[in-house]
Design a protein around this ligand. Structure first.
Ligand code: NAP
Length: 288
């Protein structure tokens, strides 16, 4: 199988190298905007023909459009209109934020399309080569494309799970909650530690075991068992004190506290450890 890579940045070059190292395909053209970046990608992958002019694209069985999200649809349109990707071939992208419908022009031109999103951070492609096996990948699209491309990923050690195309955005919101917004919550906690006079290195040292234990409990036992603290116990007095001290210091941190506390009430109700009257008192405090 010959694979052309359109957009060999962090993800494109990592997957290209993995597919090649595992003997799964021959790397054909590697198209980037800059020739220098295409050459760097080819050197990293250890093969392929670096180009920066889409007019130079040659034929391939499979097209990986691993360019940045906003470029996916225009590239799909261009490949379909120029006929660079002929009917009967396969095209896929790796975005979590857009669905396989971004490849609509190719699908309309008779190319089987899908999207396979590795739920992993590719900040360091070299390190990702070592750690890719075991990565879970959310996949949706046409069966023929999913069979072929899913097999490439699985033979590199990934686990594919199927999504409905219409569920792609909510799926991506899930990854944003557990990855990006976890960072936001940790940042708020760090600010509070520092405001309490705990220096940053000590704060991070305190947070480490607390965060890891909480994550482990959630993974092993779920949110209802893992939730502890004033809202799990139903302690409106403590929540009132938190609100008062945060109000004196930082309105943004207070606003985040309120919203998180409201969402936490729902987990506490499911947990069932606090009495309903106390939880209602907490809810009333949070509405003010
Ligand atoms: N980064 C992650 O952790 C991660 C994780 C999962 C999925 N993804 C998805 O993977 C895809 C790629 O992300 P990335 O992080 O690898 O992005 P990236 O590092 O910014 O790489 C994107 C590459 O696309 C090339 N490109 C952009 N527009 C192009 C065009 N019109 N023609 C040809 N090449 C073009 C760029 O070329 P130049 O280098 O020449 O500018 C760049 O090398 C995205 O859909 C993203 O959502 C990313």
């Amino acid at each position: 199988m010959r694979l052309n890579i359109i957009g060999a940045g962090h993800v494109g070059r990592t997957l290209g190298r993995l597919f090649r190292d595992n003997g799964l395909c021959e790397i054909g053209d590697i198209l980037n905007r800059s020739q220098q970046n295409a050459e760097a990608a080819a050197a990293f992958i250890g093969g392929g023909r670096p180009i920066s002019d889409s007019g130079e694209l040659t034929s391939a069985d499979t097209w990986m459009i691993s360019a940045s999200d906003p470029a996916i649809y225009p590239l799909a349109l261009e490949l379909a209109q120029t006929g660079a990707a002929p009917p009967g071939t396969i095209a896929f992208h790796c975005s979590g934020g857009v669905s396989s419908t971004a490849l609509g022009p190719l699908s309309d031109a008779g190319i089987a399309t899908c999207a396979i999103h590795p739920a992993k951070s590719f900040a360091d492609p070299q390190a990702c080569i070592e750690t890719f096996a075991g990565t879970f990948c959310g996949a949706e699209g046409e069966d023929r494309a999913l069979d072929v491309v899913g097999n490439l990923f699985e033979r590199c050690g990934a686990t594919i799970f199927l999504l409905k195309t219409e569920d792609k955005e909510i799926y991506h919101a899930a990854t944003v909650f557990v990855c990006n917004y976890l960072t936001t919550v940790l940042d708020a906690g760090l600010k509070c530690f520092e405001q309490a006079g705990v220096d940053r290195p000590t704060a991070l040292a305190v947070m480490g075991p607390l965060v890891m234990e909480t994550v482990r409990n959630n993974m092993e036992h779920g949110p209802e068992v893992s939730l502890t603290g004033p809202i799990a116990r139903g302690d409106p007095d403590l929540v009132r004190k938190h609100i008062a001290i945060l109000a004196q210091w930082d309105g943004d941190v207070l606003a985040l506290y309120r919203e998180l506390a409201k969402a936490t009430l729902d987990i506490s109700r499911r947990k069932g450890a606090a009495n309903a009257t106390d939880l209602e008192a907490v809810r009333t405090l949070l509405e003010r």
